[in-house]
Design a protein around this ligand. Structure first.
Ligand code: HEC
Ligand code: HEC
Length: 329
């Protein structure tokens, strides 16, 4: 009785479950296809010819060395010195390894971006690598190379950086061994986007400072984030983001406007002086007692104006009360 009456219903239920399963498999398969086969989007290299002017080379050198971090990732760094400055004579030659020692499950090696490495790329191909994260062969870079913020670079700044890269000494160095897990490939492919230059109001220090803190990574590193590295924007500049330097975890400082747990009691001159203290100074890690990921020796070359703009932007954000112990508890 029971079975006879309910069989059609069981059948209906099974059919529905089956249909849902098929749909589920199709959806998962679709997402998989989308990210591994269809993505990364094909953003063609533009037909670009960057004129190398002295003004561009000077600006590009400043941006690549002091502001946006290109050269401290694309050189051999001296991890025995505080802030790990690039070793002399290695500017642009690449070779820094990012693997499980800095919390990455695959292996990435910063490529040689001197003319030896990318000298035969067109300007359009270099532009696309930096801003869209695509290799000339079409594969996407992992966003340790922060193309997902460089897409907001002002176009003229990218041109300046390209002009500067063209003037670097051609240094030897070719690196193999890049290895991405499927998840990393998924992340890389999903970050490739068209250029979207930040709309900077050049008459406003806060707007200029916002541009630098986003692209130089200050805002990212100094804002706590969840385990998927999504920042808690209501705690912007509140510090406490953990990162590994020389095998040991270090937490970013609270640089928000909070007077007690942040830097709210610092004047703009205090702020500038904090950075200047590392100009032309190299301090062995052993003297400080810990290594950091904050590139003190490079940021020491920031101009007074840029530092004052960064300060103006930070002070214009709500203060965040958050006691940070730089070396954890
Ligand atoms: C945090 C480290 C880091 C920073 C900062 C960084 N890069 Fe990279 N860059 C990398 C890594 C790692 C790769 C390789 C990524 C991969 O293979 O998935 C890369 C790839 C590249 C490539 C492609 C080279 C090739 O042979 O494929 C270029 C060009 C480049 N970066 C230029 C720049 C410029 C210009 C800047 C500054 C505006 C910059 N990078 C900042 C780490 C960095
Ligand atoms: C890769 C991550 C990273 C980036 C990018 C970064 N910082 Fe830091 N910063 C840290 C860490 C970690 C510390 C704490 C350890 C130390 O003193 O170096 C720190 C310390 C500081 C301090 C010292 C605070 C104090 O109380 O003495 C200031 C100021 C600061 N950062 C400002 C900045 C600014 C401005 C930028 C952008 C130009 C920036 N940081 C970019 C990680 C970073």
């Amino acid at each position: 009785m029971f079975l006879r009456y309910d069989r059609p219903m069981i059948k209906a239920v099974l059919k529905t479950v089956g249909a849902l399963l098929v749909l589920g498999v199709l959806a998962v398969g679709g997402v998989y296809l989308y990210y591994f086969v269809i993505l990364p989007p094909n953003i063609p290299a533009t037909d670009l010819d960057v004129e190398i002017t002295p003004a561009r080379v000077t600006r590009g050198e400043y941006l690549a060395n002091a502001v946006f971090g290109c050269m401290y990732c694309h050189s051999e760094r001296d991890w025995e010195l505080f802030g790990a400055p690039p070793k002399p004579g290695t500017l642009g030659k690449g070779g820094e390894v990012f693997d499980q020692r800095v919390g990455i499950s695959g292996v990435l090696i910063s490529p040689n971006i001197t003319p030896t490495g990318i000298g035969d790329w067109t300007d359009g191909e270099v532009y696309r690598a930096v801003v869209n994260g695509l290799h000339p062969d079409g594969y996407a870079y992992f966003p340790i190379m922060p193309f997902d913020v460089y897409l907001h670079l002002e176009t003229e700044d990218v041109y300046s950086i390209i002009a500067y890269l063209r003037t670097l000494d051609p240094l030897p160095g070719e690196y193999r061994g890049r290895r991405l897990t499927p998840l990393m490939e998924f992340i890389a492919n999903s970050r490739v986007l068209p250029a979207d230059p930040w709309d900077v109001d050049h008459s406003d220090p806060v707007s200029r400072g916002e541009y630098i803190t986003i692209i130089a990574g200050c805002r990212f590193c100094h804002t706590p984030a969840n385990e998927r590295m999504q920042p808690y924007e209501n705690m912007r500049f509140g510090g406490g983001l953990g990162m590994i330097a020389n095998g040991r975890k270090v937490y970013s400082a609270n640089i928000s406007a909070d007077p007690e747990t942040g830097i709210g009691s610092w004047s703009v001159d205090d702020f500038v002086a904090r950075f200047r203290a590392y100009e032309n100074v190299v301090i062995p890690v052993s003297e400080i007692g810990y290594q950091t990921q904050h590139a003190w020796t490079e940021y020491a070359k920031l101009t007074d104006t840029d530092l004052a703009d960064i300060y103006a932007y930070i002070m214009a954000q709500p203060p965040v009360r958050n006691e940070v112990n730089l070396l954890g508890n």
